[in-house]
Design a protein around this ligand. Structure first.
Ligand SMILES: Nc1ncnc2c1ncn2[C@@H]1O[C@H](COP(=O)(O)OP(=O)(O)OP(=O)(O)O)[C@@H](O)[C@H]1O
Ligand SMILES: [Mg+2]
Length: 277
């Protein structure tokens, strides 16, 4: 049984063209799934089906093997936490700390647990220093961190992050990567995220879906997807820097092993240049 499974999911916005067509998406337990796609591909629309914000026009969404219904929607929202692309869509409370506490309070947790979760979420997202500020007056990246902290504090089993790094500074991106990679080791939390920053994907993801015009046009491991250079280009996407560089060197007859992450690339280059002065 998969945590999330969509079967032939289709969605049309009222009076508009189809935004999703025949999506078969699976999120296994403890996976890190990246969803790639150019602007308008349907990433955000798909994500909003994962906790019942949108209802499919056709097809189904199953959470832990059960379709989403009115009777289980509260449970589903506890189970699947979403950070929207635009943080203004989910920040309401008068202070940052109260905003982050909103979800855990709604879960009916005791005060000590709420306090602990809020502190931890503020620490992970690096925003302890703005805990008492009015969210409305924060910068874009600060708001993004507040929205992420709010979702983390809920401790959902599936964390869905729509463009989590957009607007974050390099330290913010680095910390978020560290947090997601730590989650894999510490808890069984599953993470689904979208990003236009392709170089981040190999550092986190173990599976990738590529979307274009509401459909899934490719899927597979990092190594399977990022060698499909032509396909990616045809849907206005790019290949990360390391495989791109290595492919170009290989075409010039320089033998460097294919690599996708920083660590893999470092090893591949050291190996290729071993023994040379
Ligand atoms: N509220 C809406 N009403 C009508 N059409 C919409 C609405 N929101 C999105 N769409 C359309 O649905 C399609 C998919 O949009 P979606 O926001 O899911 O794309 P996306 O992959 O998240 O893009 P981006 O990378 O820009 O965030 C687009 O054609 C978009 O114009
Ligand atoms: Mg989007």
């Amino acid at each position: 049984m998969h945590l999330i499974e969509t079967r032939n999911l289709c969605y049309s916005y009222p009076g508009s063209v189809k935004a999703l067509e025949g999506i078969n998406f699976i999120a296994p337990r403890n996976s890190r799934i990246a969803v790639m796609g150019s602007n308008g591909a349907g990433k955000s629309t798909l994500f909003k089906h994962f906790n019942g914000i949108f209802k499919p026009t056709a097809g189904t969404v199953h959470i832990r093997g059960e379709p989403i219904t009115k009777a289980n929607i509260r449970e589903v929202r506890k189970f699947v936490g979403i950070v929207f692309q635009n943080p203004d869509d989910q920040i309401f409370a008068p202070t940052v700390a109260l905003d982050v506490a909103f979800g855990p309070t709604n879960l009916g947790l005791d005060e000590e647990t709420i306090h602990h979760r809020v502190e931890e979420a503020l620490r992970i997202t690096g925003i302890e220093h703005i805990a008492d500020r009015v969210p409305h007056h924060l910068s874009g990246g600060e708001k993004k961190r507040v929205a992420i902290a709010g979702a983390i504090a809920m401790e959902p089993e599936v964390l869905v992050l729509d463009e989590p790094t957009a607007g974050l500074d390099p330290k913010g991106v680095h910390d978020l990567l560290g947090f997601i990679n730590d989650l894999k080791k510490k808890s069984g939390m599953t993470v689904i995220f979208s990003t236009h920053d392709v170089s981040l994907i190999p550092e986190i993801a173990d599976y990738i879906y590529v979307m274009d015009k509401g459909r899934i046009v490719a899927q597979g491991s990092v190594a399977e997807v990022f060698v499909q250079t032509e396909l990616l280009r045809s849907v206005r996407l790019d290949v990360p820097l390391y495989p791109k560089l290595i492919q170009s060197l290989q075409e010039k007859g320089i033998p460097v092993e294919m690599a996708f992450t920083f660590e893999e690339a470092e090893t591949a280059f050291l190996e290729a240049f071993k023994g040379r002065s």
